[in-house]
Design a protein around this ligand. Structure first.
Ligand SMILES: *[C@@H]1O[C@H](CO)[C@@H](O)[C@H](O)[C@H]1NC(C)=O
Ligand SMILES: *[C@@H]1O[C@H](CO)[C@@H](O)[C@H](O)[C@H]1NC(C)=O
Ligand SMILES: *[C@@H]1O[C@H](CO)[C@@H](O)[C@H](O)[C@H]1NC(C)=O
Ligand SMILES: *[C@@H]1O[C@H](CO)[C@@H](O)[C@H](O)[C@H]1NC(C)=O
Length: 379
């Protein structure tokens, strides 16, 4: 009896001591305990203390007529036959901008090369580029001409008549889900990605083929942000007013740089957009709002990056799915990441040990904010 009591006291005492330790370490590490940390703590507690985000439905619901207005811009470039009569495994929307000719060219000849995917992987992936119009009138006219030519050659541009600006990204999101609903509803998976993202298509295809075999539903994978706080500083790119979003924490969402949903989720998200106020201009947060209505939650995949750029190493290439910030080295990365010797690099006990060690070195450093999480070293 006495012994028990003492053991209990001892463990509580240890708990207390370790709590204090952790707290003081936190305080020391973050010597700038500023509003940044405070707002994160606030939003995290909000995220984990409230049981649901149902209130979002009530306050952001609008009538179907009002909701339709957010995305009802006429199509300037389109190709309704992209998916027609084909067994599309993945419809991949690249969020591009009218002037990004070079990025699109690089994508088409690397990870977005549909014939390579068909020949090498034996599946049909459709890569299309979503955009609005150039915000600047004189440039717009010249760029539209060039876009017409590009579309004649490739037939893969989907353009609506809205200004292609940062604050219209949610309009672009609406475009993607509407277009999918109207023209490619049978695609088994839908992905959306930035045009400066590198996607390891072979790794991605193998992953979703596995998921497809298990008939997964309600799938939404990517780099998940949980309990992210709205930014209230007016000078931030991501500034969010209280009128637009009054709560302390965003619903969970995946980084807009690249995420994948299953076909059933794409359909549900589209349905959700039909009754929501889409003035929330951060498109990935808006996706999180739609997902609440759709009853879907995002799942973390350690090899999807957020803002992060992958370390360049074959042990990473073997597993990577997306990496952000590759406007200039897509061709190089495609070449090294799909080289035949990469596939076997971690096979066998030695290979496995070697790659685990390399990944721990690369990913498990303190203050490692630029890349996949340390967890990726062990998967
Ligand atoms: C796409 O890949 C095929 C090989 O499957 C290749 O012949 C073709 O040149 C590539 N296309 C581009 C634009 O690089
Ligand atoms: C979004 O596009 C519409 C239609 O072109 C335009 O009127 C509006 O100003 C744009 N919004 C922003 C924030 O750029
Ligand atoms: C949508 O929300 C904004 C505030 O973010 C508001 O100004 C606007 O009136 C709302 N639109 C509709 C149709 O309710
Ligand atoms: C959201 O609210 C609308 C009414 O405003 C209701 O018809 C709908 O069922 C609600 N959806 C969810 C998922 O709660």
């Amino acid at each position: 009896m006495f012994k028990n009591c003492r053991r209990v006291r001892k463990s509580t005492f240890l708990q207390l001591v370790s709590m204090c330790c952790i707290l003081s370490v936190l305080m020391v590490c973050w010597d700038q305990v500023d509003h940044h940390v405070v707002s994160h703590v606030k939003s995290y507690s909000y995220r984990y203390l409230i049981s649901s985000y149902d209130f979002i439905n009530k306050s952001l619901s609008v009538s179907p007529k009002e909701a339709a207005q957010f995305g009802s811009f006429p199509f300037l470039l389109n190709n309704e036959n992209i998916c027609k009569d084909q067994d599309v495994l993945l419809l991949l929307f690249v969020k591009s901008s009218p002037g990004n000719f070079k990025r699109r060219r690089a994508i088409r000849s690397t990870w977005g090369n549909e014939s390579y995917i068909k020949n090498e992987l034996g599946v049909i992936v459709k890569v299309v580029f979503a955009m609005g119009v150039h915000p600047d009138i004189p440039s717009k006219i010249i760029i539209q001409k060039t876009l017409h030519k590009e579309h004649m050659n490739h037939g893969d541009l989907i353009q609506q008549d809205f200004l292609d600006t940062f604050h219209n990204l949610t309009v672009k999101l609406l475009l993607q889900f509407r277009w999918t609903h109207e023209n490619c509803a049978h695609a088994r998976f839908l992905m959306t990605a930035d045009d400066d993202v590198f996607i390891h298509l072979p790794n991605l295809v193998h992953h979703i083929q596995d998921l497809g075999r298990q008939n997964v539903r309600d799938l939404w994978i990517g780099h998940v942000h949980r309990g992210a706080p709205p930014i209230r500083q007016k000078n931030s790119k991501y500034y969010m007013s209280f009128e637009m979003y009054q709560w302390s924490s965003y619903p969970d969402y995946t980084a807009g740089a690249g995420y994948v949903v299953s076909g059933d989720v794409a359909a549900k998200i589209y349905q959700a957009t039909l009754s929501l106020n889409a003035s929330m201009y951060i498109d990935d947060v808006f996706m999180g709002i739609c997902a609440i209505l759709a009853g879907v939650s995002p799942q973390e995949h350690v090899y999807f990056s957020g803002e992060a750029k992958t370390p360049y190493h074959p042990c990473i290439y073997e597993k990577m799915i997306t990496s952000h910030g590759h406007a200039d080295d897509v061709r190089y990365l495609w070449k090294v990441a799909t080289a035949p010797q990469v596939q076997e690099i971690s096979s066998g006990l030695l290979g496995n040990l070697y790659c685990t060690a390399v990944k721990i070195m690369l990913l498990c450093k303190p203050y490692n904010s630029n890349t996949y999480s340390c967890m990726a070293a062990f998967t």
